[in-house]
Design a protein around this ligand. Structure first.
Ligand SMILES: *Cc1c(COP(=O)(O)O)cnc(C)c1O
Length: 216
């Protein structure tokens, strides 16, 4: 069997041991890998894939997305506002909504092409100066702005916790904030910590290297 399929199936079986619900989604993060490397998983019927750069996503996915309309593409990387319009064209989900300016451009761009995008608000859960995301105590206000003023379809929160031993603490506080807003989806958990994320109600796991191998 193809090694990618093998790894993917192992992850699925790990997940199903602790949560067997069908709303648990694996986003296969395929950044840096060429389409032929990803293809076995597409052929298996997997539909959710993630990228972190607009240009790379467009080059890689534009053609195949037109051929296979069950495919759903997720933007998980930092989104510059000058790329927002292009992002709306190629992506179905954006996990990196992190500023009012970006919200303004995205909502305008999606209306122009009449496309409905699902958004996650990125939260700077560890309050790190080098990381993107809305500050924890400003999420409530930003959520209201996006939903009420901009009519955006915010489905949940997203975070990349600090690389320290407190991962579960961050997962818990993100999960609590998500619940307090009444949101149903939650984007957290990567190759190294997805099993922990599930325990705190993650619904979209962003898994790259554990499926596709190490990135060079
Ligand atoms: C690359 C990336 C991932 C996947 O990371 P792995 O450790 O390879 O699973 C998840 N989320 C974001 C935002 C990423 O940029």
């Amino acid at each position: 069997m193809n090694i990618i399929i093998e790894r993917f199936n192992k992850i699925k079986s790990n997940i199903s041991k602790i949560n067997n619900s069908s709303d648990m989604k694996i986003i296969a993060i395929s950044k840096t890998f060429p389409l032929e490397h990803i293809m076995p998983l597409i052929e298996l019927g997997h539909n959710h894939f993630g990228e972190n750069k607009v240009q790379e996503a467009e080059t890689k996915w534009n053609k195949i997305k037109k051929e296979k309309n069950s495919l759903r593409l997720h933007m998980v990387g930092k989104l510059q506002s000058n790329k927002a319009k292009k992002a709306v064209e190629i992506f179905d989900y954006i996990h990196s909504l992190d500023s009012q300016k970006l919200a303004d451009i995205l909502s305008k761009s999606q209306d122009e092409i009449n496309k409905s995008i699902n958004y996650f608000i990125q939260v700077n859960i560890g309050n790190e100066s080098q990381k993107a995301g809305i500050q924890y105590n400003e999420v409530d206000q930003f959520y209201t702005y996006c939903t009420k003023e901009k009519k955006m379809n915010i489905i949940g929160l997203m975070a990349i916790p600090p690389n320290d031993e407190n991962t579960e603490k961050y997962f818990k506080s993100l999960s609590d904030l998500n619940s307090s807003l009444g949101l149903n989806e939650l984007s957290m958990g990567m190759s190294s910590d997805y099993m922990k994320a599930i325990n705190y109600k993650a619904t979209y796991l962003r898994i790259g290297s554990a499926i596709f191998g190490e990135r060079s």
